[in-house]
Write a protein that binds this ligand. Structure first.
Ligand code: GAL
Length: 234
């Protein structure tokens, strides 16, 4: 493509979540890998007809909205729709659109398999809320130590990220065939994947800092915005 490091930032926004896109992109333009050695493009999976504004390229991929929790649960399958295009990038990152970049997120995040420590782990311990039902492919036995990661910001090299997406979407299909959805949806499966494929980097929760918290021992780079869950999920 060019002699820069090419990075794609993946976004999913259907139904009411479209409202978050302008602010997310605005913050990302300013703070996400805003470095002259790096070329960032957005991949926006959406049911929107609108054009969004950025000084970076926005690749818009049309998808259909599904009721809660399928837009979160199916995210890895959705990315695979663009597998061939995405493999042209060196790195892929995903962020929930209801998050907000508020400070620089730079090259320190570039690594082969990257998770983000869930902010709840500081108070409730490293395991937090793994899937506990052995019927699920996301089940993590109690003797396996984990540092529970948030589903809202993660990434890695494109090869690794696509491989992970294939494993996770396949595991979710197996669960669905048994009429089972893991406790924290895609996030449970992500943590299962990390328990078997050690991340090369786990970012601290400055990359997923709940907007209205103020007691974490880290700075604020990416905020997880407070929202009215019942409004957005309907
Ligand atoms: C909550 C968060 C959920 C899920 C859960 C895991 O704080 O809103 O999305 O990550 O923690 O325990």
């Amino acid at each position: 493509m060019n002699n820069k490091i090419n990075v794609a930032l993946l976004l999913i926004a259907t139904n009411k979540y479209k409202n978050f896109v302008p602010n997310l992109i605005n913050g990302a333009d300013k703070f996400f890998l805003n470095n002259e050695n790096i070329n960032v493009e957005y991949f926006l999976f959406t049911d929107s007809e609108n054009d969004f504004v950025s000084n970076r390229k926005i690749n818009k991929i049309k998808i259909q909205h599904l009721p809660w929790p399928f837009m979160t649960l199916n995210r890895y399958e959705i990315f695979l729709k663009s597998k061939n295009e995405l493999l042209n990038f060196e790195y892929l990152y995903y962020i929930d659109v209801d998050m907000k970049f508020v400070s620089n997120v730079g090259e320190e995040i570039l690594s082969n398999l990257v998770g983000t420590r869930h902010p709840g782990t500081y108070q409730y311990g490293n395991r937090l809320t793994p899937e506990e039902n052995p019927i699920s492919t996301a089940y993590i036995p109690t003797n396996i130590e984990i540092l529970y990661c948030a589903g809202g910001f993660n990434g890695g090299s494109s090869k690794e990220f696509i491989k992970m997406s294939e494993v996770i979407s396949n595991n979710i299909k197996i669960d669905l065939s048994k009429n089972y959805i893991a406790k924290w949806h895609d996030e449970s499966h992500l943590n299962k994947y990390y328990s078997e494929n050690k991340p090369s980097l786990i970012l601290d929760s400055s990359y997923c800092y709940p907007e209205n918290w103020n007691n974490l021992p880290v700075s604020r780079r990416i905020l997880a915005l407070d929202k009215d869950h019942s409004f957005y999920r309907n």
